[in-house]
Design a protein around this ligand. Sequence first.
Ligand SMILES: NC(=O)C1=CN([C@@H]2O[C@H](COP(=O)(O)OP(=O)(O)OC[C@H]3O[C@@H](n4cnc5c(N)ncnc54)[C@H](OP(=O)(O)O)[C@@H]3O)[C@@H](O)[C@H]2O)C=CC1
Ligand SMILES: O=C(O)CCC(=O)C(=O)O
Ligand SMILES: [Mg+2]
Length: 417
Amino acid sequence: MESKIHAPAGGQVIALNDSGALSVPNNPIIPYIEGDGIGVDVTPPMKAVLDAAVAKAYGGERQIHWMEIYCGEKATATYGADTWLPEETLSAVQEYKVAIKGPLTTPVGGGIRSLNVALRQQLDLYICLRPVRYYQGTPSPLKQPELTDMVIFRENSEDIYAGVEWQAGTANADKVIRFLTEQMGVTKIRFEQECGIGIKPISRAGTERLVRAAIQYAIDNDRDSVTLVHKGNIMKFTEGAFKDFGYELAQREFGAEPLDGGPWCQLTNPNTGKPIVIKDVIADAFLQQILLRPAEYDVIATMNLNGDYISDALAAQVGGIGIAPGANIGDGVALFEATHGTAPKYAGQDKVNPGSLILSGEMMLRHLGWLEAADLVVKGMEGAIAAKTVTYDFERLMDGATLLSCSDFGQAVIDNM
Ligand SMILES: NC(=O)C1=CN([C@@H]2O[C@H](COP(=O)(O)OP(=O)(O)OC[C@H]3O[C@@H](n4cnc5c(N)ncnc54)[C@H](OP(=O)(O)O)[C@@H]3O)[C@@H](O)[C@H]2O)C=CC1
Ligand SMILES: O=C(O)CCC(=O)C(=O)O
Ligand SMILES: [Mg+2]
C-alpha cells in the first residue's frame, strides 16, 4: 500500500537513550490523529496552543514538527473504505514514540470494534493515565471541588473491555455456553438460549505492571496514597485477584508493611521519607466517597471498565469531560488522548471545549521534559477560565461568562500565557 504519511522536513525522530529514557531533540516529529466527530474542532486549537507555548517558552529554539497519521473515518477516506487502522499508523506511533490523538467513533452493537481500544492493545499501551484536578473558577456540582485531586491509573489491556465476547444466538456463543454447562459444571447461566457471553481476563502480570507504575508515580510525585478500586467481593477471581496481586506487589517490590494486620499496607517514600498508604475500596462505595470525601483519595489504580466509569465521574466533579486530559502509556511509547468521545451532535460546529485535548497536550509536553512550555499551557488555561471566557459547556453553568467558540477558546488560552 502506498504510504500516506509524510515526515515533515526539518523534524527529527525522538530517540531512546541507553537507560530507556526519551532523548528529545529540539525539533521532534510528533504524529497526530485528528479524530472523528469533534476531532476536526479540537485538534487545530490543541496544536496552536502547544506551538504558542513552545515558541514563548524557548524563543524559537525548540519547535514541534507535526506529522498527520490516520485512523478512523479519515483513514477510510485516505486509504480506502475498509482501512480504519492502517498498519503504518501503528508503525509511526511506535517509531516516533510520542503521539497525540483526537477521539474516534465506536458504533454501539455491531460494526467495528473500538479503534481506541485497538490502538491501546496493538501498541501495548497498558496504562491509561488520567489526572483529575480543579481549575479555579470551573463550574462544578461540588461545594469544594478543589478537594478533588486524583490521578487515575486505569489498566488498558485486559478486563471485559478487551472484547472477548460472542453474540447471542451465534454458534460460537452456544459452543461456549455448552462448554461451561456440560464440561465446567456451570449452573448459574439464567437463560442459556439467545445469551451473549463475555470473558473477563485479569492477570497477575497485567495487574502488576499497572500497579507498579501507579506506586512509582506516587513515589516520584510525593503523593500520599494509592487506592486499588475493585468489585472483588463479587468477582473474586478477577477483581478480587486484582486487589490481592496489587497488595502483594506493593509488599514484594516496594517493601510495604501491613497496617494493623492488613490488608492495607504502607511504604516509605525513598525520596521524601514520608509514608505512602496502599489501600483498597470496593467500586460502588468508591463512587459515593469521591463525592462525599474526595480528599481521602489520591492515586487510583483500577481495571479497565471501572477506570472508564471513574474517569467520567471524576471529570464531572471538576468541570466535565470537556477539560479532562489523558494518556495511554506503554514501555517507551505514549499516545496522548482526550477523555471524551466524538460528540457527533457538535461535530464541525467550532463549539465544544478543546480543553481536554489541550491538557492532554500539556501532559505530552511534560512527558517530553518541556516543563516550561507545559507550565505556560496551564497558565493559559487558568487565565482563560478565571476571566470567564469559556466554551458553551462552562458558560451555561457560570454567571457572567463570555461564550467563546472552540477556536476562540484556544486563542484565549494563548492570550493568557
Ligand atoms: N477515546 C475516545 O476516542 C472515545 C471515544 N468515544 C466514542 O465517541 C462516540 C460518542 O460517545 P458519547 O458516549 O456520546 O460520549 P462523548 O464524550 O462523545 O459525548 C458525551 C457528551 O459529553 C459532552 N462532551 C464531550 N466532549 C465534549 C467537549 N469537548 N466539550 C464539551 N462537552 C463535551 C457533551 O455533553 P452535552 O451534551 O451535555 O453538551 C456530549 O454530548 C462513541 O462512538 C464513543 O464510542 C467515547 C469516549 C472516548
Ligand atoms: O473506545 C471507545 O469508543 C470508548 C472508550 C472510552 O470511553 C474511554 O476510553 O474512556
Ligand atoms: Mg470513557
